[in-house]
Write a protein that binds this ligand. Structure first.
Ligand code: IPD
Length: 278
């Protein structure tokens, strides 16, 4: 912890986790219930993009308003441009819709991601999450964690502790990854995935980094890696994996950054990281 980070008690962290869960649910309801009827892949491209952007912005505005009311001194960093400095040392990092393309196509793998973080969220490697929630509003699965108190999946009226797998054999591992929006970068990412696919059980590309990380935390995947993530794709899922007993790291074993995120059980990450750290 750096000297600028606040000392947060267990109760304070639990409060931050509760806020993350509550507002993720509210934003999840918004993006599902108020999705415009005409939003779909049959619409013109510019319209699709515009309408998705509108729902992204509406979701982020809801998150911003709720956080301002609950924690007026906290900072904010959001995918759609929300930005506010912190006077408390806590900054919320939010993704109003992670898996935007899935949302457009109505593939049920998108999420609202909300994380309370400490440190400097504008500097790679200089911040970390202390509480967070990721909600898939279609499956109604809420993943959440608070620093030091474990990771949980709330679904169908039950809250269950979740745990990463103990898989240490890469050849038996089910991995996920993602591809960025830039075409040249996607080609490089696909080339790496093509190299890896012969060495692992299989590779999934679900389309939401936040949900990929939660799947690792819940033992539905053995590992995940991706280059090019933004803090809002990563923040809540990072904590959920580590509180589920896993490891999330970046290049050379450092903090995860936009250069690299590798997640999984400790043994798994030790084997996967050297293959994807380039
Ligand atoms: C994207 C998703 C995707 C990942 C991309 C992200 P967005 O976030 O998380 O799975 O591969 O790198 O940009 O744009 O849907 O919020």
């Amino acid at each position: 912890m750096t000297s600028t980070e606040p000392r947060l008690s267990t109760d304070e962290i639990a409060d931050l986790e509760t806020i993350a869960c509550t507002i993720a649910r509210e934003a999840g309801d918004l993006i599902v219930d108020e999705r415009p009827d005409h939003l779909g892949v049959a619409a013109t491209k510019s319209t699709e993009t515009d309408v998705v952007t509108i729902m992204d912005k509406r979701s982020e505005e809801l998150l911003r308003t709720r956080l301002e009311a609950a924690r007026p001194g906290d900072g904010l960093l959001g995918e759609e441009g929300a930005s506010k400095p912190s006077t408390t040392g806590v900054t919320w990092v939010v993704d109003p819709i992670d898996g935007t393309v899935n949302y457009l196509y109505q593939l049920p793998a998108y999420a609202v991601s909300v994380a309370a973080c400490v440190g400097d969220v504008h500097t790679e490697g200089a911040w970390r999450p202390v509480a967070g929630a990721v909600l898939n509003p279609v499956t109604d699965e809420l993943f959440h964690a608070g620093l030091g108190s474990g990771a949980f999946l709330d679904h169908a009226g039950r809250s269950s502790a979740i745990r990463v797998t103990a898989q240490g054999d890469l050849a038996m591992s089910l991995l996920a990854t993602g591809f960025g929006y830039d075409v040249d970068k996607r080609k490089r990412q696909a080339a790496l995935a093509a190299e890896l696919i012969g060495r692992v059980r299989d590779i999934r590309r679900a389309g939401s980094a936040a949900l990929d990380l939660c799947s690792v935390a819940a033992g539905r995947l053995d590992g995940y890696y991706e280059a090019g993530l933004n803090p809002w794709d990563l923040a809540a899922g990072w904590l959920i994996v580590t509180e589920a007993g896993g490891l999330v790291q970046g290049q050379a074993g450092g903090a995860p950054t936009s250069d690299l995120v590798v997640a999984g059980g400790t043994e798994h990450v030790a084997k996967l990281a050297p293959l994807v750290d380039r």
